[in-house]
Write a protein of this length. Structure first.
Length: 420
C-alpha cells in the first residue's frame, strides 16, 4: 500500500458511496479475526527495506505497520525483518508484532534472505515481501504461501536518488530481472491506477494484481465533526496550503514551492507549510530564501501527530507535487478532515483524488499553480470539494485493508495446496 479488492466485495451485503466516477463499497464480508480463525496461517513473516522508526520512513512503512499491528491483534504471530535503524534496538516488539532490524540499506537483502532460509527468526506459515525499490526475490527461495506488496513502479525515481551507475542497476532489476521472477506471484497494490501502470510498464498479469486501498487513522477528522463539513469551522482565516512528506527528490518540493511563489502576488496573505524531514532540506531552504518566501513558507520538519491533524484541519487544501506515489495517504488523511487536495496527475493520486470532485489533479507545474489559484479564489468550489472529500474518506478502512490482504495471502495458500 488491491482481482480488485480494496473495499469491493462481490456477493455480499454492501453500502455504496458514489464520488464522481469512483465507487467504494463498504462490505459485509468476514472480519479479519473471522478470516484468521478460518485459516491455518498463524506465523507470518514480513520482509521490508525500512522500519517505521527509520528517519526516512514514509508511506510504505506506515502501511506495513498498520497491517502488521492489526494482524497481531487478530491473533497472528507477525515478525518483520528490516534494515538497521540508527540509534534503535535491533530486536523489538511494537503493537504486538516483532521487528528485527539488522544490516544496512543494501546488505539487508542478502542477510534477510539468508536469515529466512536458515529459519533464524523461527518457522513461518506465510511470507509477505514488501517490494520497495529493490525486491527480495522471494519466489526463488521461499516455498510456502507468499504475496508481495508493491505500491508503485519506481521508474524515474532511480535516477532522482542514485548515481547514474546504480540507477541503471535499479532500472535493470525493476524492468528486466524481477518481472519474470514474479510472474506467478500474487501482488497487492494500493490503487487501480498503480495496477494499470504495473501491467503496462512491467508486463504483470492484471489477474495477479489485487487492489487494496489503504485506510485512514481515526484521529483524522473535522474540527466540529461531520456537521461542520464544508464550512469554515477550524480553518485558517487566511489562505493556508499544507503539504506533508519526506524532503526527497521524488516529492518535487521545488516545483510546489515555485508554484506557490508564482501565485503569491495574487494572494498576498497566502501561507504554506511543508511538514517533513529529509536530505533535501538545505536545498529547499536555499530555494525559499532565493524566492523571498522565508516569511510565509514554513519548513518545520517532522511534526507531532496532534500537530499534523491540526494542520490538515486548518488548511484550505493540501498539495502534492510528487512524481511517483502508490496512493497519496496524506491526501486522504486530509480528506478525512474535510480538506480537499491539489495534486499532480499521476498513478496513485488518480485514485486518492477524484479529479474535479474531491480535489484537482494537475498535469504540469503551470497547471498546479493555476489549480491552487482557483482553489484559493473560489470558496464555493473549495467547500463543495471538502464535502465530497470527506464523504469519500469514509470508505477507507485499515481494518478492511488488513482483512483483504490476509485473504489474498490465504488464497495463495489454497492455490498452492491445490497445486495451481
Amino acid at each position: 500500500m488491491m482481482g480488485t479488492r480494496g473495499l469491493t466485495s462481490a456477493g455480499s451485503a454492501s453500502v455504496q458511496i458514489h464520488v464522481g466516477e469512483n465507487t467504494h463499497i463498504m462490505s459485509g464480508e468476514p472480519s479479519l479475526r473471522e478470516r484468521v480463525l478460518a485459516s491455518p496461517l498463524r506465523r507470518i513473516h514480513m520482509l521490508a527495506w525500512r522500519d517505521l522508526d527509520d528517519p526516512e520512513a514514509g508511506g510504505s512503512e506506515i502501511h506495513a505497520h498498520a497491517i502488521a499491528s492489526r494482524w497481531a491483534a487478530a491473533g497472528l504471530r507477525v515478525t518483520m525483518r528490516t534494515s538497521y535503524a540508527a540509534g534503535r534496538s535491533q530486536d523489538i516488539e511494537r503493537d504486538g508484532y516483532r521487528v528485527v532490524r539488522k544490516a544496512g540499506r543494501y546488505l539487508v537483502f542478502p542477510r534477510a534472505i539468508a536469515s529466512e532460509m536458515a529459519r533464524r527468526m523461527g518457522p513461518s506459515d506465510g511470507l509477505v515481501e514488501i517490494w520497495n525499490g529493490m525486491p527480495f526475490f522471494s519466489p526463488l527461495w521461499y516455498r510456502g504461501p507468499r504475496i508481495v506488496l508493491l505500491h508503485h513502479v519506481h521508474a524515474e525515481m532511480w535516477r532522482m536518488v542514485l548515481p547514474a551507475s546504480l540507477a541503471r542497476v535499479g532500472e535493470l532489476v525493476e524492468y528486466r530481472a524481477a518481472p519474470p521472477v514474479y510472474r506467478n506471484t500474487d501482488i497487492v497494490t494500493l490503487s487501480r491506477s498503480s495496477r494499470d501502470d504495473m501491467v503496462e510498464q512491467l508486463g504483470f498479469d492484471p489477474g495477479r494484481i489485487h487492489v487494496v486501498n489503504p485506510g485512514i487513522d481515526q484521529r483524522f477528522r473535522p474540527v466540529g465533526g461531520a456537521s461542520s463539513v464544508g464550512t469554515e469551522e477550524g480553518r485558517s482565516l487566511t489562505p493556508l496550503v499544507v503539504a506533508v512528506g519526506r524532503l526527497v527528490p521524488v516529492k518535487r518540493w521545488d516545483v510546489l514551492i515555485r508554484s506557490l511563489a508564482a501565485i503569491k502576488p495574487q494572494h498576498p496573505r497566502l501561507r504554506a507549510v511543508i511538514a517533513g524531514e529529509g536530505y533535501e532540506r538545505e536545498a529547499l531552504q536555499d530555494l525559499r530564501a532565493e524566492l523571498g518566501a522565508d516569511d510565509w513558507l514554513e519548513l518545520p520538519g517532522r511534526v507531532s501527530d496532534q500537530r499534523l491533524v491540526e494542520l490538515y484541519q486548518q488548511a484550505w487544501f493540501v498539495a502534492s507535487s510528487s512524481v511517483r506515489e502508490g496512493w497519496g495517504m496524506t491526501l486522504t488523511e486530509a480528506a478525512a478532515c474535510a480538506t480537499p487536495a491539489v495534486a499532480t496527475d499521476i498513478p496513485g493520486h488518480r485514485d486518492a483524488v477524484c479529479d474535479g470532485v474531491t480535489g484537482i489533479l494537475a498535469g504540469s507545474s503551470d497547471d498546479l499553480a493555476a489549480a491552487m489559484d482557483e482553489m484559493i479564489a473560489d470558496s464555493g468550489t473549495r467547500h463543495t470539494m471538502a464535502r465530497a472529500a470527506y464523504e469519500q474518506s469514509l470508505s477507507f478502512s485499515w481494518d478492511t485493508a488488513a482483512a483483504d490482504i490476509f485473504a489474498t495471502l490465504d488464497e495463495a495458500r489454497q492455490r498452492q495446496a491445490r497445486g495451481s
